[in-house]
Design a protein around this ligand. Structure first.
Ligand code: FE2
Length: 322
């Protein structure tokens, strides 16, 4: 076991995630992470660059206020969840509840906002209260996923990329559960949304029903100072079964229905067999992080995917983006 002393009062053990613990008199100091010096923050960032994820255990971060200070200390300025598909309420400022919908269901591996033209580089989670049963946040090493996939599949995703399609309703409360465009982009202004979308998405148009966008992105990205390739897409979540979303590559068909979809970046269909192989590989590479109250978890959003196991009982996990 390697221990790297970067900060006087914190030691780091290599692993996935790397484990950080307070030492000596600092144990139990809630604000230690909130008050990192620029040097210490850079050292933490370097460690994240190598490991992809760091778990700070025993730092006593339990409340929204504790977490906001901690996340700002680790990440600097926090970012909004603009453009995201998940129902998510801000707890305070840009601090969100990471509980997610449907506690009884597995939240599948994803990179945050990999389908959007922008995405956070780093995620910070903290646990105020673990669930009574289950509820681990999962982390999935994107480089391991990339290497584990058959060359044929990863090469097609890497060379063609993925185009994500979303058709968002004007009004919230659609029975399908899909967020409206004002909820998604956190504004009611058609002008502002179209300006944002035209300058960043591959295409954007108003339809009779709402807002239809497409966004072409890479299926895998280079990460870390060693430039390793990491799986970076969530086609396996947006590419629904043919029986649920037929004609996924037909844009005329998309103008008549709401929803999310994914195809290859050249406009061809992603074979269902590929999605099956990718989904199984993600499961095989999943590592659960079993929460203890007060834990803080940093995740490199490009190098490492994340998800959540099903859970019972109340669970309080916060998340912030930068
Ligand atoms: Fe997420």
């Amino acid at each position: 076991m390697t221990t790297v002393d970067i900060l006087d009062s914190i030691t780091f053990e290599a692993g996935f995630p790397a484990m950080a613990r307070q030492q000596g008199e600092a144990v139990g100091t809630v604000d230690l992470l909130a008050n990192l010096t620029t040097e210490q923050r850079a050292a933490t960032r370097d460690l994240l660059d190598t490991t992809g994820s760091v778990l700070f255990r025993g730092f006593g971060v339990r409340t929204v206020d504790d977490f906001e200070r901690t996340a700002q200390g680790l990440l600097g300025e926090l970012a909004p969840y603009r453009g995201g598909d998940a129902p998510r309420q801000a707890e305070k400022g840009f601090v969100y509840n990471a509980a997610g919908p449907s506690p009884s269901r597995l939240l599948r591996a994803h990179n945050e906002l990999s389908y959007a033209p922008w995405h956070p580089t780093t995620l910070c989670f903290a646990c105020g209260r673990p669930a009574d049963e289950g509820g681990a946040t999962t982390i999935i090493d994107g480089h391991r996923v990339y290497l584990s996939l058959p060359a044929e599949i990863r090469d097609e995703f890497r060379t063609k990329g993925v185009t994500y399609i979303q058709h968002l309703p004007n009004d919230s409360g659609d029975p399908s559960g899909i967020k409206s465009w004002p909820e998604t982009f956190e504004t009611d202004s058609r002008e502002k949304v179209m300006e944002l979308c035209r300058s960043s998405y591959t295409s954007a148009e108003w339809t009779d029903l709402g807002l239809l966008t497409t966004n072409r992105t890479p299926g895998a990205v280079e990460v870390g100072s060693d430039h390793r390739m990491a799986w970076f897409n969530q086609a396996h979540i947006w590419r629904k079964d043919e029986s649920v979303t037929p004609d996924v590559t037909n844009m005329d068909r998309w103008r008549t229905r709401f929803g999310y979809g994914a195809m290859f970046g050249d406009g061809t269909e992603i074979p269902a067999e590929y999605i099956e192989v990718v989904s199984q590989t993600l499961i095989d590479c999943t590592v659960p992080v079993n929460w203890e109250a007060g834990d803080v978890l940093l995740v490199d959003n490009r190098a490492v995917m994340h998800g959540r196991l099903p859970f019972c009982g109340p669970r309080e996990v916060f998340v912030a983006f930068a």
